[in-house]
Write a protein of this length. Structure first.
Length: 307
């Protein structure tokens, strides 16, 4: 593959994963990179790629973008990624999380291009985690439902697509606006704020650097199919927060355990997800960073982003 003549379009480039991806791709320097997101560019890195703002709620605007960029591969991270936003605005969720994916799939099918689509552990009901790629989906909220439909519609376009499902992504990049479990807990405890944390939901949290690497690997191999990408350690959300507190020597007495039902999440969040990672390890050389090691990396990276 002549990498310099190979154009990768990163959608959702202002988002949590999008920013990390862009940083890694620009640092690699071998591909022609075009980044797109709805708002003004918020990336820490300003050079080495082209940024085009585009609102995907407009199908013609998205088509024009594709015609202009003519990507060889698309890494599609743009989404309405919150359960509440999908529940409160079903039409927006339908357009952005489902129809946009189908439109991208049709484009890639017609042009014989490759697509990496991001999906979620919320496609599962959380009764029997950890899950393999072939396990039956049964989402318990509108966001998960939209992702299940997006996967099916994408596969029905017949395009060459990799669907990467992931779980509770955490890490750090240069834009402090988009927080995540680890940075939220660290910042609250550093400010001596009391926090309530759910003790009866279990996940395998995913380091954003690992996820970005998996996306890039999926492009490099132009791999197809569904892949589970997460950390390898199953833990309750509160356990993850305790580990954050331990790592940065913060006061654990500020943390109060609550239950999902206390915050209305008993019915609309899966109890225990987690992934079986064998396929990703085998086919994508996926090697997740241990949780504590990732906290060390976050500490190191924060010195670069916020010296
Ligand atoms: N983060 C997680 O824990 C997690 C877990 C499982 C799965 N996922 C999936 O992984 C992917 C990446 O997640 P993320 O956390 O990086 O998402 P994110 O931070 O919420 O970013 C999503 C991006 O999508 C863009 N977007 C939203 N509506 C748009 C529109 N109408 N037109 C164009 N762009 C639009 C936003 O752009 P602007 O900011 O420019 O407005 C935003 O930057 C998503 O598919 C998500 O569902 C994430």
């Amino acid at each position: 593959m002549d990498k310099s003549a190979y154009t990768i379009l990163v959608t959702g480039s202002n988002g949590f994963l999008g920013q990390k991806l862009l940083e890694k791709l620009v640092h690699d320097g071998s591909y022609h990179i075009v980044a797109t997101s709805k708002s003004e560019n918020r990336n820490f890195i300003r050079e080495g790629y082209t940024y085009i703002s585009c609102d995907f709620t407009d199908p013609e605007a998205l088509q024009s973008l594709l015609d202009e960029v003519q990507p060889d591969s698309i890494i599609h991270t743009a989404a309405i990624s919150s359960v509440e936003a999908c529940e409160n605005n079903p039409e927006l969720c339908q357009r952005v999380n489902i129809e946009v994916v189908e439109q991208l799939g049709r484009y890639c099918s017609q042009q014989d291009k490759h697509l990496v689509h991001l999906s979620t552990d919320f496609v599962f009901d959380g009764q029997e985690g950890p899950y393999g790629e072939e396990d039956s989906t049964n989402p318990c909220n509108a966001y998960g439902q939209s992702k299940v439909i997006s996967e099916k519609r994408l596969l029905s376009t017949g395009c060459r697509a990799a669907i990467l499902r992931t779980i509770l992504v955490y890490g750090i990049h240069g834009d402090p606006k988009r927080s995540n479990l680890v940075l939220w807990a660290k910042s609250q405890l550093e400010n001596n704020n009391r926090i309530n944390v759910v003790g009866d939901q279990w996940r395998m949290p995913t380091f954003v650097d690992d996820l970005a690497d998996a996306c890039i690997r999926a492009v490099q191999k132009e791999i197809t199919g569904i892949f589970h990408i997460s950390g390898e350690e199953m833990m309750s959300i509160i356990e993850a927060v305790y580990r954050v507190a331990d790592f940065w020597n913060l006061d654990k007495s500020l943390i109060t355990a609550i239950q999902a039902k206390d915050i209305g999440q008993e019915q609309n969040r899966p109890k225990k997800t987690g992934f079986i990672l064998d396929k990703a390890k085998r086919e994508l050389d996926y090697s997740p960073t241990p949780f504590i090691k990732s906290l060390k990396e976050i500490e190191e990276q924060s010195k670069i982003y916020f010296p």
